[in-house]
Ligand binder design. Structure first.
Ligand code: UDX
Length: 465
């Protein structure tokens, strides 16, 4: 492997930063992850992960073990030796729906200051932004790095030749982030200067060429497309991708409602349309709808950008409205099957916003639990990893780590998140533990209706005739 080893600083050891840092170390670079949270740095040095993501702990251990991955609070030192400094901090949703850039601004300034203090002259620095920022922020980051350098008393340090900005949006899916970081569908780099593009291409060369040691079988053998754009387009690609995915799911959910009214089956319809290469089979699972840390936030931020430009986003508004109705639909299916929710016990199966993560952000389970509790139901939630956190987030919810404990004595159960543990439930055992009418509302169409009915359950899916 003849690829060049880069010195990398990743600022922000959160979800995106940690996966990015560990994967760059995995492909051979020397990476320092910087975080201002000293406790987090101490934890990471001990090999403890601040959140659950399959395979991440092993990838971090491998990087630290090989001496290619380290953790620090010292931004100056990490930036001082870096060829590329990633900005990977949160851009939470502000009150107006727009992305809050407080963290990005602080880090960009900090990088500018560090660049100035390092006094380096020979090697220029690429400041690569992985945080999801409003379109047009690349220039803003540039201005802030320059400001930081000036604050540190070295205006010259931030001259054009000393640093360049790239937008390098993140497409990691929670639950499969390690895989996605090593085998992405594409890498997008937006930049205004050719040397910045080439530095990023060199950094990602092992991934682009799929040329790094991997014990994976079968190993994808394609080269990964490296898409070069201007800064604004790269920033827009991130929003447009997530908005499209959200809209695709809302689309199939609307079709699902029509299937229910007309006797069609949304699963068959999804198969039939998904085989059209122009549509594609993924993101056509109907049910309770989309949640998580990215889709809701990014759709909302894109709508905020549109508002700023006094532009109507009719399609995105509709995608959100359709999604909000999904939770209500789950509750009305329960109400229809149980006559009343007052005094009824309902088991929520799966609480995290999707399988293989402990993330509860915008998780449908929380809204459904709150609604059921307000209607007088008793709610017991099961999740293999997020149970404790969910009980904290939804006061009144009793959370357990065993699905059968949640089902015992329940009048109804809702499949909210299709964990393997939920998909593999023994439905006969579930039915034997539940109380009449033993209603199963399958919010992810995870079970074959005949199997559920055969086991003695009253089955209600979404869009299944
Ligand atoms: C998403 C994007 O996929 C990823 O590229 C981006 O970087 C971050 O946002 P993530 O939030 O981890 O990733 O979850 P994803 O797997 O995309 O699912 C999003 C939501 O849509 C989940 O709530 C999921 O349950 C829902 N979904 C997905 C459906 O309801 N139906 C589907 O067919 C697919």
């Amino acid at each position: 492997m003849a690829s060049r080893v880069s010195e990398v600083a990743v600022v922000g050891a959160g979800y995106v930063g940690l996966v990015t840092g560990a994967s760059l170390a995995r492909i051979g670079h020397r990476v320092t992850c910087v975080d201002e949270d000293g406790d987090r740095v101490a934890w990471l040095r001990e090999g403890k992960m601040p959140f659950y993501e399959p395979g991440l702990e092993e990838m971090v251990a491998r990087g630290t073990g090989a001496g290619r991955l380290s953790f620090t609070e010292d931004l100056d030192a990490a930036v001082g030796r870096a060829d590329v400094a990633f900005v990977a901090v949160g851009t939470p949703q502000g009150d107006d729906g727009a992305a809050d850039l407080t963290n990005v601004s602080a880090v960009a300034r900090g990088i500018g200051r560090a660049l100035a203090r390092s006094g380096r002259r020979a090697r220029p620095l690429v400041v690569a932004n992985k945080s999801t920022v409003p379109v047009g922020s690349g220039d803003y980051v540039s201005a802030l790095v320059r400001e930081g350098a000036e604050e540190a008393g070295d205006a010259g340090a931030a001259g054009e030749a000393r640093f360049g900005v790239a937008s390098n949006p993140e497409f990691l899916r929670e639950g499969s982030a390690v895989y996605d970081s090593l085998f992405p569908d594409r890498i997008v780099v937006g930049a205004e200067e050719a040397w910045v593009v080439e530095a990023m291409r060199a950094l990602y060369a092992p991934v682009i060429e799929q040329n790094f040691p991997v014990e994976m079988d079968p190993r994808p053998s394609v080269t990964v497309p490296f898409v070069v754009t201007d800064l604004a387009s790269a920033e827009m690609i991130k929003y447009a991708a997530n908005a499209f995915l959200a809209t695709k799911v809302s689309f199939v959910n609307e079709i699902s409602d029509l299937c229910e009214l007309t006797g069609a089956d949304v699963g068959s319809v999804a198969t039939g349309i998904g085989l059209d290469g122009r549509i594609g089979p993924r993101f056509l699972n109907a049910g309770i709808g989309w949640g998580g840390s990215c889709l809701p936030k990014d759709v909302s931020a894109l709508r905020a950008v549109a508002r700023e430009h006094r532009h109507d986003t009719k399609l995105l508004d509709a995608a959100v409205a359709v999604n909000e109705r999904r939770r209500d639909l789950a509750v009305s299916k329960l109400r229809d099957g149980l006559a009343t929710l007052e005094g009824r016990r309902v088991a929520l199966l799966g609480l995290a916003f999707k399988p293989n993560t402990d993330d509860l952000r915008e998780a449908p389970s929380l809204g459904i639990a709150a609604e059921l509790l307000s209607l007088g139901a008793e709610v017991v939630g099961y999740d293999p990893v997020a149970a404790k956190a969910a009980a904290h987030e939804a006061p009144g919810l009793r959370a357990v780590f065993d699905p059968y404990e949640a089902l015992a004595g329940a009048h109804a159960a809702v499949v909210v998140t299709e964990w393997e543990e939920v998909r593999n439930l023994d439905l006969r055992r579930a039915a034997s533990l539940m109380r009449e009418p033993k209603l199963l509302v399958d919010g992810r169409n995870a079970f074959a209706p005949d199997d559920a009915r055969g086991a003695g359950l009253l089955y209600r899916g979404f869009g299944r005739g």
